[in-house]
Design a protein around this ligand. Sequence first.
Ligand code: BDR
Ligand code: CA
Length: 313
Amino acid sequence: PIPVILDCDPGHDDAFNILLAAAHPAVELLAITTVAGNQTLEKTTLNARRVCSVAGIRGVPIAAGRDRPLHGPRRIAENIHGPSGLDGPGIGVGEPEVRQDPRDALTLVRETLLAHPEPVTLVPTGPLTNIAVLLLAHPELVPRIERIVLMGGSTGRGNTTPAAEFNILCDPEAADIVFRSGLPVTMLGLNATHQVRATPEVVARIAALGTPLSGLCVGLLTYFASTYRKVYGFDAPPLHDPLTVAHLIDPSLVGLVRASVTVELTGTHTRGATVVDLHGVTGTPADTEVGMEVDTDRFWDLIVEAVRVLGSR
Ligand code: BDR
Ligand code: CA
């Protein structure tokens, strides 16, 4: 299996990525680290613990990372993910069964990378603060990293400003460090993730599993659908983050092109935009893999199967 560290800000779609990574035999989930993003660090960390608790995911350490971006204001996505960051079905009250690792995220990732015999794939699905801090603090660990497969950016328009996608806008300087790191980076942005919509048919397939976990998943998707309808007018919400792990499991699921990707740091109206040179007009090296067309049926098969497997344990 592919050794993976998830760095996330759960978040409805992050929660499904945790389920997929934990359930699929092609992935060895070594650790989960959290970052401020969809909600405060305190809430995203609690949510990661709640997801693992209700899904029976045990033995995967969960550590908290950065509570703010390298520069600029803190921003959350309460309009999409609610006051808890994971609103909808109520996935627990009080202290979740799964504890928080006493180490901070940087220490957990460092120790995990050093302990694993092979290079590890990093999968960030929130703002890139933790990953940038890792690369700045521990350049000697770069050879221990196989590649970075991230959800963020877009080849086209944004979702949080007209130009910028949420994860990149939350911490553009961190994103800039990641894209210029020299590591192999695969970017799964809005142009790809907007193809995977949790339609009523998808929700019905999950509901039909008939387990407590599937009921919670239906609740999460129903809440997510309501906010995406209200904020963006979408008929069905895009389940962005699990496209990362789905791509790892089945590399043919997302069509990729190579392009140069730069992060706009200064633009008056465009800070946080990913400038993707699809036609090679800048002459800058096409060193990033960029997700394009998605086989949505196979994506949803993976998600439904993950909920089935974890729910029947
Ligand atoms: C990204 O922003 C967050 O709200 C989602 O979890 C996803 O990672 C989509 O722009
Ligand atoms: Ca996320």
